[in-house]
Design a protein around this ligand. Structure first.
Ligand code: 2P0
Length: 324
C-alpha cells in the first residue's frame, strides 16, 4: 500500500497554452517537450487503512487544504480505479530549486500519478499514467516519458496522452536555464492561459500554428536537424507570448533582462554559435544548444547577463524508487 516514484520536469519546445476542456484537462493543441535530467520530484504515497482524510507534506512542510485537495484529485481517481476507500499519506521532495525558475507542477503530478497508482496496487501502462498525471496538471502528462515527448491533444480522456518521440542518434541537445527572476510569477499558468483563450483574438491562430508545428518538430527531431528544432522552438515561444500581449486586458511575462537575453542569443547566433531561446509562463529564458557548445554558452551568458545558469541534458522517464 506504499510506493515511491521520481519524475523529472520538462520544458516545451512546442507549447501547451490553452485548454479545450478544463475538467478533463484536454489541451487546445498538441505539444512537444524535452524532459530535463537535473530537476525532479520524489513522492511517496501510502494508503492507510482506517484513515479517512488525505495528508500532504511538501519539502517537510504540511500543506494546507487547497494544496491537499489538488493532490486529492489524483488520489480520488486512483481510488476509483482500484476500489480503495482509504485516505493517503503523501510526502514529496522537490529537487526543482526555486532559484532555477522552473515550474514543478509537471514533475510533481507525474511522480504522484506513478506513486499513487502503484501504492494502490495498479500497474498502469505509460499512456494510462500520462492520462492520470494530465488530470493534475496538463504539462505533467509529458513528464511520464523521458527524452523528447509528444502530448497528443486528443479529443477525450482516452485519446489525450503523451509518449516518447524518436530522435536521431547524433542529436545531442542541451538546455541552458537562465535565471532572471526568482519571484513567484504574477500570473499563474492556469489563469494566464484561460484569460488568453477567452480574450485573445490570436488564440485560434496560435493553436492552429502549434498543430502545424508539431509534425515539423517531430520530423526535425527524427532528422537531428538542430537549426530547424531551434528555429521552430524559438518562434513558437514568441508566438505564445504574442497571444498574451493581445489578450484583453493584455499581460506579459517579459522583464528587461528577458529581452536582453533573447537579444544576446540572437547576437551569438549571428556570430556563429548555434543557440535558440524558449520561455514559459515567467521571465526566465531557456537556451537550446548542442552539447559541444553548452559550457561555452553558459559561461558567456552568465558573464553578459550576470545571472545563474544550469546546463540540462535530456532526462529519464518517471520511475519507481526502492521501497524504504
Ligand atoms: C508548456 N506551460 O507547454 C506550457 C508553456 C507554461 C508555458 O504547461 O493548468 O502548469 O496545470 O494544466 O501544465 C504550464 O501549464 O497548467 C505549461 P495546468 P500547467 O509547458
Amino acid at each position: 500500500m506504499k510506493a515511491s516514484a521520481r519524475a523529472h520536469t520538462n520544458i516545451a519546445l512546442i507549447k501547451y497554452w490553452g485548454k479545450a476542456d478544463a475538467d478533463l484537462m484536454l489541451p487546445a493543441n498538441s505539444s512537444i517537450s524535452m524532459t530535463l535530467d537535473k530537476f525532479y520530484t520524489d513522492t511517496t504515497v501510502e494508503f492507510v487503512d482506517g484513515q479517512t482524510e488525505d495528508s500532504f507534506v511538501l519539502d517537510g512542510q504540511k500543506q494546507d487544504a487547497a494544496a491537499t485537495a489538488k493532490v486529492g484529485k489524483i488520489l480520488d481517481l486512483v481510488r476509483q480505479m482500484s476500489d480503495l476507500t482509504a485516505g493517503a499519506r503523501v510526502s514529496s521532495q522537490n529537487h526543482v530549486p526555486n532559484a532555477a525558475g522552473l515550474a514543478s507542477s509537471a514533475s510533481a503530478f507525474a511522480a504522484l500519478a506513478l506513486a499513487a497508482s502503484r501504492a494502490a496496487g495498479l500497474n498502469l501502462d505509460a499512456a494510462a499514467l500520462s492520462r492520470l498525471a494530465r488530470r493534475g496538471s496538463g504539462s505533467a502528462s509529458r513528464s511520464i516519458a523521458g527524452g523528447f515527448v509528444i502530448w497528443h491533444r486528443g479529443h477525450d480522456d482516452l485519446s489525450s496522452f503523451a509518449e516518447p518521440l524518436p530522435v536521431a542518434d547524433n542529436l545531442d541537445l542541451r538546455m541552458v536555464t537562465v535565471l532572471i527572476d526568482k519571484q513567484q510569477k504574477k500570473v499563474s499558468s492556469r489563469s494566464g492561459m484561460a484569460h488568453m483563450a477567452a480574450t485573445s483574438p490570436y488564440f485560434h491562430a496560435w493553436t492552429a500554428a502549434c498543430e502545424a508545428a508539431c509534425p515539423q518538430m517531430a520530423t526535425a527531431l527524427a532528422a537531428g536537424d538542430f537549426a530547424q528544432i531551434g528555429a521552430l522552438a524559438e518562434r513558437n515561444a514568441l508566438m505564445m507570448h504574442a497571444t498574451n500581449m493581445a489578450a484583453n486586458p493584455p499581460f506579459m511575462y517579459f522583464e528587461p533582462t528577458t529581452i536582453a537575453t533573447l537579444q544576446y542569443a540572437a547576437e551569438l547566433r549571428a556570430q556563429g554559435l548555434p543557440v535558440y531561446a524558449t520561455m514559459d509562463a515567467g521571465p526566465n529564458v531557456k537556451l537550446l544548444c548542442q552539447a559541444t557548445d553548452a559550457d561555452k554558452l553558459a559561461a558567456l551568458v552568465s558573464q553578459r547577463i550576470g545571472t545563474q545558469t544550469e546546463i540540462c541534458a535530456p532526462g529519464p522517464a518517471a520511475h519507481l524508487l526502492e521501497e524504504d
